[in-house]
Every structure is written in C-alpha cells, then in structure tokens.
Write a protein that binds this ligand. Sequence first.
Ligand code: SF4
Length: 95
Amino acid sequence: MGVTGGVGQVEQAAVDAWQLKASCRGPQAEIFFPPAHAERKDEKLQREDRAKSICRTCAVRAECLDYAIRIHEPHGIWGGLNEMERKQMADRRVG
Ligand code: SF4
C-alpha cells in the first residue's frame, strides 16, 4: 500500500494515522505490489496470498480497504483485496 494524491489535509492526517498501524509497513511492503519485472500468474497468486495473509491480521484492514476503494487505487493489495476484487466490491456497493 501507499499514499497517492487527491486527499485534503484533514483527510491526509486521518490516512497517516491508520497507516502508522499498518501491518505491511517495512520490508514486506514490496509483496503488496507487482514487481518491476514480468510476473507469471502463479507467482502473482503466491505473492498476493502472502500479502493477504498479512492483511488478515492487520488492525486497520477496514480503513485501508475503504480508502483504496474511495481513491480507486488501481494497483496492489489493499485491505486484503487485489485490484479486481476491490473493483468488484466497489461495483456491488454502487449497484
Ligand atoms: S490491510 Fe493489508 S494493505 Fe492494508 S494496511 Fe493492513 S496489511 Fe497493509
């Protein structure tokens, strides 16, 4: 996960607060996003499973997922879901 633009100062402070409690902070953060090189499907699934297992124990999972859906984050694992899973959840919320 990571912070992208488009949020005001007050919201940014709230984002900073929950991100300080994120279980993905530190060296393992890299498994939450695709690598720079091409990734095979089985490698992607393994990487995502490892990231999702960290999300399952994260104290701020709900905040993280809400944030990623709200800003339409297009990449990586946020709140235990990958980009396609978040899109499906967002579509269900709208529909
Ligand atoms: S839910 Fe997952 S991606 Fe979000 S802060 Fe927690 S560990 Fe990181």
